[in-house]
Design a protein around this ligand. Structure first.
Ligand code: HAM
Length: 417
């Protein structure tokens, strides 16, 4: 038997209802805050991700699904959505009409990571991005929206962590200070950090290896070395979050795994998912639109890991499952024909009715009605058909009442509404 690919998963009925609920709640909140949906392709030119996420990130170095298409062009299954959204903003010159755009998008992403609980090779993200706004209001609004979504979904065990990564003004000084610190400890660091300290030193700050954590505990913090503008920006974000009663922690070690970030970065962490503690992550990427060939415009956004969110969501998936409102137990060909008509008419009225399409016995049909959780069963045999009255059984009270067959869908609608 052919099994699915490692790191991919089927999302089955029983689970999909929760996915839909989360997606609907997110859309509702985003639209209440003026965000509009954008849909971008699942494949892009490899260069788009290499240039935006960064050549020396784990994603670009080791995790992308990249392949030559039949014409020889290198394509990649998107590992994230931000780069494509920025590409689309530039390609359609959206900045020319109204530079301020607020987008959301929901869909699958692909990263070839080692699969484990909460980590998949095809996973799903809910993204929200604000392009064209430099003011710290945007940062605070996005974080506020995230906390609102989590609270509407009854997610409890989460904390917002925020940091600032500075800007091209202040980051070089910090990098220098960090490199000095690292050069005195190179021998003590893991092989990955030794390599990182040459090509992407900031990443040494959030290495999970205990020996490295110990070595890095007194490392310089970027928040102590921000330039005046970055410091003011970061302080305002905090002020606005306090004003909206959003609780957060400042996490000086949080650097994020993508290179495009500037200033505010944030993550929503949970204690419920073991090693995969980030349920959402995001930040400012003020330089990215320019890097990708557009005008010099600021932007900020986040992505929620939908798979992870479904695992910590407090809503009972069972309670979301829609059950048929009626089961029609039809016996004999004439009755089955009638049931077929009624099911179509009821479906058209927004009432889900089910029946057995294969002429099974009454006993087996009643069993199926029970299994499906239908609150009512309509029993229709040749006798009922000729008398013009079918029997409606309330599955809870076991009461049976006669219902005239004429205009039955209308009558059913009234009874079960
Ligand atoms: P990211 O931190 O790489 O950021 O991913 C965001 C979220 O996606 C993570 O916090 C996690 O919940 C989920 N995620 C990532 N990888 C996996 C995986 N292999 N399996 C399951 N879930 C995963 C970004 O992708 C940025 N584009 C976010 C952003 C938007 N920044 C600005 N705008």
């Amino acid at each position: 038997m052919i099994q699915l690919i490692r790191g991919c998963k089927d999302i089955l009925p029983g689970e999909t209802e929760l996915w839909q609920k989360i997606e609907e709640t997110a859309k509702e909140i985003f639209e209440d805050f003026g965000f509009r949906e954008i849909r971008i392709p699942i494949m892009e030119k490899t260069e788009l991700f290499a240039r935006s996420i960064g050549e020396h990130t784990d994603i670009v170095e080791k995790e992308m699904y990249t392949f030559p298409d039949r014409g020889g062009e290198m394509l990649t299954l998107r590992p994230e959505a931000t780069a494509s959204i920025v590409r689309s903003y530039i390609q359609h010159k959206m900045y020319a009409q109204d530079p301020v755009r607020k987008f959301y998008t929901i869909g699958p992403m692909f990263r070839r990571e080692r699969p484990q609980k909460g980590r998949y090779r095809q996973f799903y993200q809910i993204n929200a991005e604000i392009l064209g706004v430099a003011a710290p209001f945007a940062d605070a609004q996005l974080i506020y929206m995230l906390t609102l979504l989590f609270s509407r979904l009854s997610v409890t065990d989460v904390t917002a962590h925020i940091n600032s990564l500075g800007c091209p003004e202040c980051r070089p000084d910090f990098r220098e200070a960090l490199l000095n610190y690292l050069s005195e400890r190179e021998e003590e660091l893991c092989a990955d950090c030794r390599r990182r300290s040459r090509i992407n030193p900031l990443r040494t700050l959030d290495c999970k290896v205990p020996k490295c954590r110990e070595q890095m505990k007194d490392a310089p913090a970027i928040t102590d070395r921000l330039c005046g503008e970055c410091r003011t920006h970061f302080e305002k974000v905090q002020k606005f979050l306090h004003a909206m009663q959003v609780s957060f922690e400042i996490d000086k070690r949080m650097v994020r795994g993508l290179d495009y970030y500037t200033r505010t970065t944030f993550e929503i962490l949970t204690g419920s998912l073991g090693a995969q503690s980030a349920v959402a992550g995001g930040g400012r990427y003020d330089g990215l639109i320019k890097i990708l060939g557009g005008p010099d415009m600021p932007a900020i956004g986040f992505a929620i890991g939908l798979d992870r969110l479904t695992e910590i969501c407090g809503i009972n998936a069972e309670s979301l499952q829609r059950k048929p409102a009626l089961y029609i137990a039809a016996l004999g060909e004439n009755c089955q024909d009638k049931a077929f008509e009624w099911i179509c008419a009821l479906g058209q009225k927004g009432i889900c009715a089910e029946s057995d399409m294969e002429g099974k016995s009454l006993k087996s049909q009643m069993k199926r009605a029970d299994r499906l959780g239908s609150p009512y069963v309509l029993i229709l045999g040749e006798d009922e058909l000729s008398s013009g009255q079918a029997l409606l059984r309330n599955m809870k009270t076991k009461e049976q009442t006669a219902v005239p067959i004429e205009n039955l869908p209308e009558k059913i609608k009234e009874i079960i509404k």
